[in-house]
Design a protein around this ligand. Structure first.
Ligand code: SIN
Length: 523
């Protein structure tokens, strides 16, 4: 038996890299990614990483802002821990020379985003924070970290309830297995379920459904975050226009120049994301076209070079001062339920990054808290796995799921249904229609040897769509990213601290005492 612990990490975003840079070289780490190393949502993150750096700011204030944005659905202890540890990890990145943008005094230049009390967003390359941090972390990987691109992990190997490895397909479609002492899912969320989204096309909910099939709990799937401002031309999303642009005084207006956020929320254009996205949606339903007015931002192209280049490619002249925008699916607050170490409810299976639900985000994520969470949870999962026992010598003969159900529909059809019935505004009728459509799709049984990677993704998306629809139907209230027009109010008496949990074909409502309790530091 080898005493070297072997860990498989699925995915290559910031959480995976934080994990890989933390774990000791007594462990051998295999990072498998189904496309290229750079195919992740982290690479696309524009705004930045939130951390309380300014003199007036504090970890406590950052905690309060996170709880307020999360609509009392956050796990209070997790929020405090991630925000506190995250600040230390960001400090460390700054000290190590991660090229964050700096001010004249040589300190990180801090931007502002929605629902933050202070300027606290570190950014890099203007609006290329994710890419810059990913490249920095990639450059630090040790020789015990091995990266395999085009390795599509399709399933988990489970023996006696414990995760012992993965099943993966190569580019030719051949099926392989690989065992490990622990598997870490860092596969992101499920932006591809919606017609307009900001995600990398490879983000198709695979990790969530692998975990689900393995018996892990999924929670909070009804909380889907729509980013308010995607550059949108003729109904087609071109790409994200960072909230940092509104942090530099851009504002939303309709075709007549009416400022649409006026009177809606005390924070105006920098209200929490769910509020802004819903307002734009509502205005669009009334027939208005919405623009982001950027005329008050000096040197736009220098501050936001990637957005400026995107506008140019799309034929939008930033000198006109107006960018046509629409909301688009951006982030899944729910995910694979994990504890503070990233452990799922299946032994030796971990989840980190957007795939995981730690309870940090509650019902609505505070802007720029996701890279922060990825850094912290990746690092904590690594420390936990270092303490685990090596179990590879006990691996029995392996059996894998041979037969897969592939729905007879296109990804475009699924997106159209999700966008129509489970997006920014939902109701019982629409969600029932969605479930009916999903349940009445015919499907074919396909052997794992013959199934294509695209069919696997579609099969996962189909199953996940149904879990989201069931969660959204059950939660008979509106909170954060889950808005029901038939239940437009928050209903604390019924729902405070309650979570909707999916587990192997079952759906339960549970009470989670760590959610929505009053944050006692301020009581
Ligand atoms: C943005 O730049 O607006 C996105 C930041 C985030 O999603 O946290």
């Amino acid at each position: 038996m080898s005493s070297i612990k072997k860990v498989i990490v699925v995915g290559s975003g910031i959480a995976a890299l934080s994990f890989a840079n933390t774990i000791s070289d007594n462990c051998q780490v295999i990072i498998m990614t189904k496309k290229q190393f750079s195919s992740s949502n982290s690479m696309l993150a524009q705004g930045g990483i939130a951390a309380a750096f300014s003199a007036h700011d504090s970890v406590d204030q950052h905690v309060q802002d996170t709880l307020a944005a999360g609509c009392d659905h956050n796990d209070d202890k997790t929020v405090e821990e991630i925000v506190r540890l995250g600040k230390n990890l960001v400090d460390q990145l700054v000290e190590e020379g991660c090229p964050f943008d700096r001010n004249e005094a040589g300190m990180p230049q801090l931007g502002k985003e929605g629902a933050h009390t202070f300027h606290r967003i570190l950014h890099a390359g203007g609006d290329q924070t994710g890419k810059t941090v990913v490249q920095f972390l990639k450059g630090k990987l040790g020789s015990h970290i091995h990266v395999y691109e085009n390795h599509h992990v399709i399933d988990l190997l489970i023996h006696e309830g414990t995760c012992i490895g993965v099943v993966w397909k190569d580019e030719e479609g051949h099926v392989h297995t690989m065992t490990a002492d622990a598997v870490v899912l860092s596969t992101g969320g499920c932006g591809s379920l919606y017609e307009i989204n900001t995600n990398d096309p490879s983000v198709t909910g695979d990790g969530l459904m692998m975990a689900y099939r393995a018996g892990a709990q999924l929670v909070d799937l009804e909380f889907v975050q729509f980013h308010p401002t995607l550059l949108t031309i003729a109904g087609k999303a071109v790409g994200l226009v960072s909230e940092a642009v509104r942090g530099e005084d851009a504002y939303l207006e309709d075709e007549s120049g009416r400022r649409i956020m006026k009177g809606i929320h005390p924070l105006g254009d920098l209200a929490p994301r769910d509020v802004v996205a819903r307002t734009i949606f509502h205005e669009q339903q009334l027939g208005h076209s919405i623009d982001l007015n950027i005329q008050d931002i000096p040197h736009f192209s220098a501050r936001f070079p990637a957005i400026d280049a995107m506008c140019q490619r799309a034929g939008v002249d930033t000198a006109s001062g107006r960018l046509p925008v629409s909301p688009g699916m951006h982030f899944l607050m729910g995910g694979i339920k994990v504890n503070e170490h990233g452990e799922t409810t299946v032994p030796s299976l971990f989840a980190i990054g957007e795939a995981a639900c730690t309870g940090l985000h509650g019902a609505n994520r505070l802007a720029s808290n996701s890279l922060l969470e990825g850094l912290v949870l990746g690092s904590k999962a690594a420390r936990r796995i270092e303490q685990l026992a090596v179990h590879q010598e006990t691996i029995p003969s392996l059996s894998i799921q041979e037969i897969w159900s592939v729905p007879a529909m296109s990804e475009a059809q699924l997106r159209q249904w999700m966008t129509a019935y489970a997006a920014i505004v939902r109701d019982e009728k629409g969600l029932q229609t969605l479930l009916h459509e999903l349940e009445h799709v015919s499907f074919q049984q396909t052997n794992v040897k013959n199934i294509t990677n695209e069919q696997i993704e579609l099969s996962n998306q189909w199953a996940l769509a149904s879990c989201i629809a069931k969660s959204a139907l059950l939660r008979t209230e509106s909170r954060g990213g889950h808005y029901r027009k038939d239940y437009p109010k928050r209903h604390d008496a019924l729902w405070q601290g309650k979570q909707i949990v999916h587990e192997q074909g079952q759906i339960h409502i549970i009470k989670n005492e760590r959610i929505g309790a009053k944050w006692n530091v301020y009581s």
